[in-house]
Write a protein that binds this ligand. Structure first.
Ligand code: B1M
Length: 214
């Protein structure tokens, strides 16, 4: 197996045996740590999603794959580029109500934190009322919402409505597998008085946040 195949395979098999030496090797071969995550590790996750969908994996096995992904990101994080600039702005991050998926959100946290943002991570399954309370307390420049389930996309519509009703106007950045730019523009944005922006990945999330601060 090639290095890329082995890295994807750790995620698919949910095993960490040999993972760290291969990640060390990948750091020498790939342009940057994010290329390792977005490349072979995400390929592995896509395969896990496909197998799970096909009933060839059970939740417990997917959880092991998630552990491998998390361990890889934790190992690679210190090697990621960090900006020297002081805080560019504050971002509140949350996985929406009813959704436990947090690997993408945590990646957004790392990328934003490494690039000068103060991130307040509210965690998973965050109900609109808790989000509103945190926004009122923390007064962030951007509100970041993540969600991977189809029902999470709908939950983002509800969350945007609730934020609006609470008089909140800060820009909302949304991301996650079940979302699309079209859904964001047609379904979420009309429910909110401020800007609603869609990011397909963590790096796009960073560039959108940067544009908002300019
Ligand atoms: Co879940 N799961 N899962 N799962 N899981 C999916 C999402 C699914 C597509 C798998 C499938 O069936 N093919 C499917 C959703 C189906 C649907 O709604 N249409 C699914 C399901 C069904 C479920 C359960 C319902 C299963 C069950 O219990 N029967 C259950 C849901 C529980 C709940 O949430 N209430 C469940 C549970 C789990 C685990 C706990 C086992 C585990 C999550 C562990 C964890 O996160 N701590 C898990 C996993 C790992 C997956 C898959 C395989 C991988 C997700 C992942 O971590 N990807 C996933 C299939 C897939 O996506 N291929 C699947 C890697 C991660 C880096 O990508 O989060 O998409 P992602 O983030 C990307 C972008 O989306 C974006 O940036 C990242 C890349 O840079 N992004 C943002 C994300 N958030 C952003 C926010 C931003 C900006 C960009 O700004 C704020």
């Amino acid at each position: 197996m090639t290095l890329a195949e082995r890295l994807a395979n750790y995620v698919v098999e949910g095993t960490k045996e040999g993972l760290i030496p291969d990640l060390e090797q990948a750091l020498k071969e790939y342009p940057d740590p994010l290329a390792i995550i977005n490349g072979p590790l995400m390929d592995g996750m896509a395969e896990v999603g496909r197998l799970f969908n096909d009933n060839q994996l059970i939740v417990a096995e997917v959880l092991q794959s998630a552990e491998v992904m998390k361990a890889s990101v934790a190992f690679l994080e210190p090697f990621m580029e960090k900006s020297e600039t002081s805080t560019k702005g504050k971002v509140i991050l949350a996985t929406v109500k009813g959704d436990v998926h947090d690997i993408g959100k945590n990646l957004v946290d790392i990328i934003l934190s490494n690039n000068g943002y103060k991130v307040v991570d509210l965690g998973i399954k965050v109900a609109p009322a808790d989000l509103i309370q945190a926004v009122q307390k923390e007064k962030p420049d951007v509100i970041g919402l993540s969600g991977l389930l189809v029902k999470s996309a709908q939950q983002m519509v509800v969350t945007a409505q609730d934020l609006k009703e609470a008089g909140i106007r800060q820009p909302i950045l949304v991301g996650g597998a079940a979302l699309s730019r079209k859904f964001t523009v047609n379904k979420i944005a009309p429910q909110y008085d401020g800007l609603v922006l869609y990011a397909k990945d963590a790096m796009e999330g960073l560039s959108l946040a940067n544009r908002l601060q300019d």
